[in-house]
Design a protein around this ligand. Structure first.
Ligand SMILES: NC(=O)C1=CN([C@@H]2O[C@H](COP(=O)(O)OP(=O)(O)OC[C@H]3O[C@@H](n4cnc5c(N)ncnc54)[C@H](OP(=O)(O)O)[C@@H]3O)[C@@H](O)[C@H]2O)C=CC1
Ligand SMILES: Nc1nc2c(ncn2[C@@H]2O[C@H](COP(=O)(O)O)[C@@H](O)[C@H]2O)c(=O)[nH]1
Ligand SMILES: [K+]
Length: 479
């Protein structure tokens, strides 16, 4: 990466900078590879944050199916995490994970899981797991909230047989011909997944993140306290693919000890560690055994660290400096936090990140763990909160006595409740991934780059004023 015309005299964040187009030999945006090449099997440079409001098993499976990687948060107990890792490993690769409900559930029960939109749906199984039928989510729009889902099955949707779908393109054509937006996919009478026309199309564009056995990959986070070795071994036994050792101040002795402990287990899994923002920290964490550094202090949407402590660093410069240091040591960087638009992802990659971690933006999706809620104006949202907020601290340390819990609560560095609205045009994680990856494919061609390495090499980055940034925004109404 090079700065265009002016070198910066101070640290910069994403809105301070822009990419200048340069000569390109690429003829199509599909000629671009977005694969991170950082020791994970990801094929797109997107990782979901280890936040309880963001990455649950469903979001992790959906993200891996499209080539990214989900990091399950450390604030779940060991049994829950073990079950979550195994659940992701059991999910279909070619089809969407079915949303299975009971015929006795009501329309209101369904509407907290999935909105009444096209391309999504519900599968009904009986108590023994036998398939009863499926309902397109759009049908919920006109049904009464207390109606039983089982009573909506008249004129039920045709299912397709997994054996009849030999390619994603064939599935798309089949659904188009039958004028279907959503179908359950059956194998020998049992549901093995669902498909929408859009997911069939996505199957022709994305490649899943797979382990050596052809199952979806998943990562899990560990804090730096407690019996880290036992936890790491249990996660490895459950089949996890990447370990993320995470604490607010990653450049501390406790983190270095935690990395050494996990490294000494010889599990053969990539170790991600953070959060840090300096080249010195990169060196120390890589020396201890980290393969990937998680970079970002203070940019997160739920994060109050900079206002509480003044500590942190504008994210573009933090990524630029740490990525350069990591590269010289054969390590990589994940840019963590502060992403609000696809452009921010492109800029993090231009600065040298191999992947970009997104939290709050993904909290406002169908696949995120929380229930859907409706505000006074009828808009759909999910609740999100920071992992260092009073809410998270209470949940994490609830087992402590009142005195110790009160001591921990003093140090909250995050917000406890925030509404993250679903984008009505892009309510699912996959809709956001389409938006981000198409933005990236286009960015790469503007820079004449076929791969991530070429992109960070060729990127020309200019520095802009606040007015320059403002000019780049679309105007939904006239001025
Ligand atoms: N990226 C970011 O900007 C930030 C992210 N977070 C996220 O919040 C979650 C909770 O992290 P965390 O609060 O570290 O909790 P952890 O449970 O990981 O514990 C942190 C440990 O480090 C010690 N510590 C020493 N200095 C600090 C410091 N400046 N800040 C925090 N702990 C310190 C704590 O001891 P003691 O409690 O006795 O001081 C404790 O033992 C993580 O997911 C983290 O990534 C939190 C803040 C900033
Ligand atoms: N200082 C805090 N940082 C937090 C907290 N919870 C999460 N985080 C960090 O934010 C990113 C995600 O950023 P986003 O802008 O995409 O939401 C996450 O990975 C953490 O590093 C918090 O309570 N305090
Ligand atoms: K912030």
């Amino acid at each position: 990466m090079e700065f265009y015309r002016t070198a910066p005299t101070h640290d910069l964040t994403y809105s301070d900078v822009f990419l200048v187009p340069s000569h390109s030999e690429l003829k199509s945006r599909f000629d671009v590879s977005l694969a991170p090449d950082d020791g994970t099997a990801a094929t797109i440079p997107i990782v979901s944050a280890n936040m309880n409001s963001v990455t649950g098993p469903r979001l992790a499976a959906t993200l891996a199916r499209r080539g990214g990687l989900g990091v399950l948060p450390q604030d779940m107990n060991l049994q829950e995490l073990d079950a979550a890792i195994r659940w992701v490993k059991d999910q279909p690769v070619e089809f969407d994970t079915p949303l299975v409900l009971s015929p006795d559930d009501t329309v209101a029960d369904a509407l907290v899981r999935v909105p009444a939109v096209q391309g999504h749906g519900i599968v009904l199984n009986d108590a023994d797991g036998a398939y009863l039928g499926a309902i397109a989510a759009a049908r919920l729009e006109t049904a009464l909230p207390d109606a039983r889902l089982g009573d909506l099955l008249h004129g039920r949707i045709t299912a397709i047989d997994a054996e009849d779908v030999d390619s994603a393109r064939a599935a798309f054509e089949l659904m188009l011909a039958a004028d279907l937006e959503f179908v359950p996919v059956l194998r020998r009478g049992a549901v093995v997944g669902t498909l929408s026309r859009k997911s069939a199309l996505r199957g022709t564009i994305y490649s899943p993140t797979l382990d050596a056995d052809g199952r979806l990959q998943v990562a899990v986070a560990l804090g730096i306290n407690g019996d880290i070795a036992t936890k790491a071994q249990a996660f490895a036994a459950a089949g996890v693919d990447v370990l993320v050792i995470d604490t607010a101040h990653g450049h501390q002795e406790g983190m270095l000890e935690a990395i050494r402990t996990v490294k000494a287990l010889g599990l053969g899994l990539p170790i991600v560690a953070g959060n840090i923002v300096t080249a010195d920290a990169v060196k120390d964490l890589v020396d201890a055994g980290a393969d990937i550094l998680k970079v970002g202090v203070g940019p997160g949407a739920m994060c109050t660290t900079r206002m509480m402590t003044a500590v942190g660093r504008p994210q573009f410069s933090a990524v630029l400096e740490t990525a350069e240091a990591a590269r010289s040591l054969g390590a990589h960087v994940w840019a963590d936090g502060g992403v609000r638009y696809p452009r921010d992802v492109a800029l993090a990659l231009a600065a040298g990140a191999s992947s970009v971690m997104i939290g709050s933006w993904f909290a406002g999706t169908i696949e995120a763990p929380g229930q859907l809620a409706v505000d006074g104006g009828g808009r759909l949202y999910k609740e999100s909160w920071g992992m260092a907020s009073t809410k998270a601290v209470r949940e994490r340390f609830g087992r402590l006595d009142a005195f110790d819990l009160a001591r921990k609560e003093l140090f909250a560095e995050g917000i406890s409740s925030s509404k993250i609205y679903l984008d009505p045009l892009r309510p699912s994680l996959e809709d956001l991934l389409d938006m981000i990856t198409s933005g990236l494919r286009s960015s790469f061609t503007y820079a004449g780059a076929r791969s991530l390495a070429e992109f960070s090499d060729r990127a020309l980055v200019g520095i802009q004023s606040a007015a320059g940034y403002e000019e780049g925004k679309a105007l939904p109404v006239s001025w």
